[in-house]
Design a protein around this ligand. Structure first.
Ligand code: BES
Ligand code: MN
Ligand code: ZN
Length: 490
């Protein structure tokens, strides 16, 4: 499926399906008004009859409409005209696809880019619409032996878009997001730490701008990645510490943006084992890593003029005779000692060595992303990513990027008063801080390893997908937020 832009007058637009929006309370969008005229009032009559409620999710597909050149007309409800938010805008595109995805269409044309958004003056509407259409056609049933027919069109066009570079940038973003989604949805027996390593090597051979280094367990032990390696020591799957360097800045020596992703390919909890109900959802515990891959791919596709150093810490958390135990004390790469209270708080153990090691690259800023805490799911649900930072300017910039990209984050406080919850009588810190403020104490833990640079932590336990609606699968968040951040940097 390709995306493109068209300037053809709407009634003369050829194609298998033309998509225009209708508001509730019998209001027509500009595109709907044009079609209304060309069809001698068809849409007005449908509104009068009450056949077109105009509410979001209420669509009407009409074939063989006289007066227009397209084969079919899809009228999509857009809700109240002055209450059309960025997320509703995405939603109406996704619902449009739901109405037509089983039809044999080659060319689908949307005339929706001139709809005004009520909450987001900085939105890139073309990008949002493309993300929604792409997600609408995305399938999670690739491994079913017999699949429901779904015919993806060859081309999806947007009327009125002139901005070629916007199209290219959004296409690059989608390439990254689709990699993130594919990795995210892949099960634990396929998407292992070794699979991540292989994917990183493939990216390096596909793009000259990417270099990959894989640190295996033996080398990791020599380097002192004891906290990270402890997570995978009860698993048959070898852990992989993956470094990808993207060079896009004209100055090779320009300080890179650092990214660190949690790549727990399956999180059983380890000896502190999780309840079996819903445990299959812990295949998504590598969505932070999957997002790092998506950002690197999108950056390479669009030729982003920045340098990035990305670290993926990937391991499988399993219980066995060699597994990490509660009470064990680990010496991390940075030298801080950690008392393991709960082996299910493994993400921070893996991340802390990534955060320690990335300092070597003298990054300008470091952003880690992780499905880190169930507490974040409780606090923010799926709609906002949890953001914590030791640098308020970085936090504000990321929050704004999230707003602009309709990929929202909400800041949680990293006040020093929370730090004492992770005190340990036996080691420098404990790996859990008790029930209260579970996401914040996880952030406090990470902050101890991120002292040398401006740092932000994105807890995507709810927003990355897989928790609320199984059918939806991975959302590829926070790739849009991060790409918006990276492309807006001076
Ligand atoms: N991967 C989980 C967090 C998680 C839970 C992500 C639900 C998505 C949905 C993480 O490794 C974990 O188990 N965290 C524990 C920490 C606790 C032991 C301090 C949690 O949140 O219960
Ligand atoms: Mn866990
Ligand atoms: Zn986990």
């Amino acid at each position: 499926m390709k995306f493109s832009l068209t300037q053809t007058a709407l009634e003369q637009t050829k194609g298998d399906c033309l998509v225009v929006a209708v508001f509730e309370d019998k209001e027509l969008s500009n595109a709907a008004a044009t079609i209304d005229k060309a069809t001698k009032g068809l849409i007005s009559r449908l509104l009068e009859r009450g056949d077109l409620p105009g509410k979001i999710g209420q669509n009407l597909l009409i074939p063989e409409v006289e007066g227009i050149d397209a084969e079919r007309l899809l009228l999509v409800g857009a809700g109240a005209k002055d209450k059309l938010t960025d997320l509703k805008f995405k939603g109406l595109h996704q619902k449009a696809i739901a109405s037509i995805k089983e039809l044999p269409l080659t060319r689908v044309v949307f005339d929706t880019l001139d709809l005004a958004l009520s909450n987001n003056p900085n939105a890139d509407k073309l990008s949002l619409a493309m993300q929604a259409v792409d997600a609408g056609y995305y399938r999670v049933d690739g491994l079913k032996s017999s699949k429901k027919a779904q015919l993806t069109p060859e081309v999806v066009e947007f009327v009125g878009g002139e901005n070629r570079s916007g199209l290219e940038q959004a296409t690059a973003l989608l390439a990254g997001m689709n990699l993130t989604r594919d990795l995210g949805n892949a099960p634990g027996n396929i998407c292992t730490p070794s699979y991540f390593a292989k994917t990183a090597l493939e990216l390096a051979s596909e793009y000259d701008s990417i270099k990959t280094q894989i640190i295996d367990e033996e080398e990791g032990r020599e380097l002192g990645f004891n906290a990270f390696l402890a997570v995978g020591q009860g698993s048959e799957e070898p852990s992989k510490f993956i470094i990808m360097q993207y060079q896009g800045a004209d100055d090779k020596e320009e300080a890179p943006i650092g990214l660190v992703g949690k790549g727990i390919s399956f999180d059983s909890g380890g000896v502190s084992i999780k309840p079996s109900e819903g445990m299959e959802g812990m295949k998504y515990d590598m969505c932070g890593a999957a997002s790092v891959f998506g950002v690197i791919k999108a950056a390479a596709e669009m030729g982003l003029k920045k340098n990035i150093v990305a670290i993926v810490v990937s391991a499988e958390n399993m219980p066995d005779g060699k597994a990490l135990k509660p009470g064990d004390i680990l010496t991390s790469y940075s030298g801080l000692t950690i008392e393991v209270i709960n082996t299910d708080a493994e993400g921070r153990l893996a991340l802390c060595d990534g955060l320690g090691y990335i300092g070597k690259f003298n990054p300008k800023v470091v952003i880690d992303m992780a499905t880190l805490t169930g507490a974040c799911v409780v606090a923010l649900g799926e709609h906002n990513t949890g953001l914590m930072s030791n640098d308020d300017e970085l936090a504000q910039t990321l929050l704004q990027a999230g707003k602009d990209a309709a990929d929202k984050a909400w800041q949680l406080p990293l006040d020093e008063e929370y730090q004492e919850q992770i005190d340990s009588p036996f080691a420098d810190i404990a790996n859990t801080g008790g029930k209260p403020a579970g996401s914040i104490t996880a952030g406090c833990f990470l902050s101890r390893f991120a002292k040398e640079y401006a740092w932000a932590h994105l807890d995507i336990a709810g927003s990355a997908g897989g928790v609320f609606d199984k059918k939806k699968g991975a959302t590829a968040r926070p790739v849009p937020l991060l790409m918006r951040y990276l492309t807006s940097l001076k």
